[in-house]
Every structure is written in C-alpha cells, then in structure tokens.
Design a protein around this ligand. Structure first.
Ligand code: ADP
Length: 404
C-alpha cells in the first residue's frame, strides 16, 4: 500500500521537497528547486547518498513539480509510491487551527490569509495548484505554521491597540514555527511521560528564531507576532523594537515605509550588527579570531533570546523543561551556554561538558541530574510532522468514506 508522502515547502522563488514514509527514517528523496523565475533556475535530487542537479529550462513552479514527478517515474528502483502530498503553509490566520485536507474552500482560506503573508501564502497557493494539476489523483493536505498557537488566550494574542483593529482586520499575534513546536512537544511527551501535566520553554533558533511557552503540551505564549518579524533578534530580522523607528528610518533615509520594513526584515539582526554575515557559524569563527563586532552580534542574539524566554515564562506557573532546537539551538554550545547563563533565576543550569560534547543530531539532556529544570537539545523535524499529518488525514478521510 502507498504510504509515502511528498512534502512540499513552496516559496516565491524556491520549492523544497522531500519524500518521507512517516517514520524517523531519513527521506527517500529530497531536494530544492532554486531561483525559480530566473534564467538560472535548477533543481537538485538527493537519493541514496547521491546528489544530482538539473537545469530547469521552464523556470516556474510547475516545471519544478513536473521535474519531481518525472524523477519519481524514471526511478522505479527508489520504490516511491505516494499516498498524498503535504504542503507547509506559513499563515493560516484565525481560519486554521489544525492541518486540513485541501479543497476549494481551504484554498480560498489560504488565499485570504495572504494579506498577512504576502510573500509566502500566494507562493503556497501556486505550489498547491501546480501539484493538484500534476498529481491530481493524490489527496493534498495543508499544515500551518500558525496553527499550534491558536490556543493562545485573548490577553496574550491581542496587541494593546484599539479593539476595532482586531474586530475589523484581525490584527493580532499569530506566532510561527508551530509545526516545529508541535513536533518538539510530541517528542517531549515520548521522552517524559509526565510532560502532559508539565510546562516547558522551547527555543527554536535558526536563521528565523522564536520561543514558545507550553502548558500541558499547548502553546500559551510565543514571541513572533502578526508576522515573523516580532520577538528575538534573528539572522537578518531585527526582532522587537520601538515601532517609531520605522518612520525614523524612512524619513532619515528618504525611503518608503515598505523599504524601511525591508531594512528590519532583511538587513538587520546578526547581519546588520556584525556587518559580516547572518550566519551564526560564520560569526562564531570570526569571534574566535578576535572580531569584536561578531562577538557583539552574538552577545545581542543570546541576550535577546534569554529575555524573550523569560518573558514568555511569565505565563507558566512552574517550569520543568527548556528545549533548544533549530540550526543554532541544536548545534551551537556557545549560544546555548550564553542563554542559560542569563536564565539562572528561572532555575536553569547546564552541565558545561555535556553541552560542549553533545552529539550532533541526537536528543541530549544537558542539565545536571539534580537541576530543577531539564534542559534538552531536541533536533526538530517539521517535514516528518507534515508527512504524519498528511497520512493521518488520508486515513481519517478513507475511514469516513467507508463508513458513509
Ligand atoms: P532556517 O531558519 O533557515 O531553517 P536553520 O534552522 O537551518 O535555519 O539554522 C541556520 C542557522 O544555524 C545558521 O545561522 C547556521 O550558522 C546555524 N548553525 C548550523 N550549524 C551550526 C554550528 N555547528 N554552530 C553554530 N551555528 C550553526
């Protein structure tokens, strides 16, 4: 029986994909179509330890999906038999609080949320339509980055601005990285059977970075807002700051508000402060060679991450776990230590040696045995959760059809 899922993450000029079997097994096939819409677009296929790259002469999303279909058809030895397609969707607004099977109404709902994610949601819609056209016989499922945070209470999701703006325009905090937080939450409940009654802080630190507080496995607060710009300092995003800066930047630089927003989204964060790179690893190397600006950028990153963790912890009555995930959270002992050092008042302690020597890609508890808060490194796997949701919904829909 077909039990594999094609997971698609469609951006405006890229399309990442993976074929998974819904278990922790590595993807059977994965790759990325890059620079879509340009003359230089190409697609890579990684399978069985080998990587192939192909030019995409028709350089649009359809060509990328067609190339994936062609690869699967040309490689029967890979044994790919798809049960469905799972799409990562950035913004589900207040419409979607869980993953759903895609139909016309769902597609319209995703289109309607484009107002909050003008770069991402239209690209997702395009990717879904092309996939429907080329894999028409397969069920398609949408998994939303915002859905996990739909459990936030009104006192947390509302901005202290006129209520009318929420009523009329749905301006509120939505939060992101929800698929990662749900995956981590599930992993924690497997590791610690008591987690179902406990509280946790989760730091998803990658190029995009946010934190989340969970109570009994549900999100009660998170740092990102109506867009992913709010909260922590990130690779190129400033994170939270005085909103008046936006008009100061626009006036001083003679640019539009939209361009000023671009400065905060694309030219700030680690990149803006270091003037070297948005990449944490590059900055750690520069810092080790004595670069003061790399050091300043990393110090600011850790300090802000710690502040936001402390901030969301005010919604918890106790704290049992702190989890680090994402490219930086999983791989940077330096950042983990700097953050934990600032959170001693929350009872957070780590074992320096375990933190330094934690094996890459593995779940590790880095707090001492007697520490009041367990500090974990848990590698995230958003693609796996998307594949599992897709298989779950397909099975549910099949059962409903059978019993009807
Ligand atoms: P994205 O938000 O794009 O998914 P990732 O979760 O892949 O980002 O994280 C990318 C970040 O992780 C980069 O800043 C990268 O430098 C950092 N990173 C990866 N490996 C290491 C490492 N060994 N040490 C420090 N930082 C690392």
């Amino acid at each position: 029986m077909a039990d594999q899922v094609l997971v698609i993450n469609c951006g405006s000029s890229s399309l990442k994909f993976a074929v998974l079997d819904g278990t922790e097994n590595p993807p059977i096939l994965e790759g990325i179509a890059d620079r879509l819409g340009s003359e230089h677009s190409s697609i890579t296929f990684k399978h069985n330890g080998t990587k192939q790259e192909q030019r995409l002469y028709d350089n649009d999303h359809r060509a990328a999906v067609a190339a994936i279909k062609k690869w699967i058809n040309k490689h029967p030895e890979a044994g790919i038999s798809l049960a469905g397609v799972g799409h990562r969707v950035v913004h589900g607004g207040e419409t979607f609080s869980q993953s759903v099977t895609i139909n016309d109404e769902v597609l319209k709902g995703i289109e309607d949320c484009s107002v909050f994610a003008p770069l991402h949601n239209p690209a997702h819609v395009k990717g879904i339509k092309e996939t429907q056209a080329l894999f028409g016989d397969l069920p398609q499922v949408a998994v939303f980055d915002t859905a996990f945070h739909q459990t936030l209470s009104a006192d947390q999701y509302l901005y202290p601005i006129p209520m009318r703006l929420y009523r009329e325009h749905h301006f509120r905090k939505y939060g992101f990285h929800g698929t990662s937080y749900r995956y981590i939450s599930q992993k924690l409940s497997e590791l610690e059977p008591t987690y179902g009654a406990e509280n946790a802080l989760i730091a998803h630190l990658g190029n995009g970075a946010s934190v989340c507080a969970t109570c009994k496995g549900q999100s009660v607060d998170t740092s990102m807002g109506i867009t992913p710009l709010e909260g922590l300092m990130m690779g190129t995003r400033s994170g939270s700051l005085d909103p008046s800066l936006l008009s100061f930047i626009a006036d001083a630089e003679g640019i539009t508000m939209e361009d000023a927003l671009n400065v905060l989204n694309k030219e700030s964060g680690l990149k803006g402060i270091s003037e070297i790179s948005n990449d944490c690893r590059t900055l750690e190397t520069a810092q080790a060679q004595g670069d003061d600006r790399a050091q300043l950028a990393l110090d600011m990153f850790s300090s802000r991450a710690a502040k936001h963790l402390a901030s969301v912890s005010t919604n918890l009555s106790s704290l049992e776990h702190l989890v680090f995930t994402g490219g930086i959270g999983e791989n940077s002992p330096l950042i983990r230590e700097a953050i934990c050092q600032r959170l001693q008042t929350l009872g957070i302690k780590i074992d320096r040696n375990t933190n330094q020597t934690a094996p890459r890609g593995e779940i590790t508890c880095i707090s001492p045995a007697d520490a009041p808060v367990k500090v974990w490194i848990i590698p995230t796997n958003e693609e796996l959760l998307i594949a599992q949701d897709t298989l779950h919904l397909i099975n549910q829909d099949t059962a409903t059809t059978r019993s009807a």
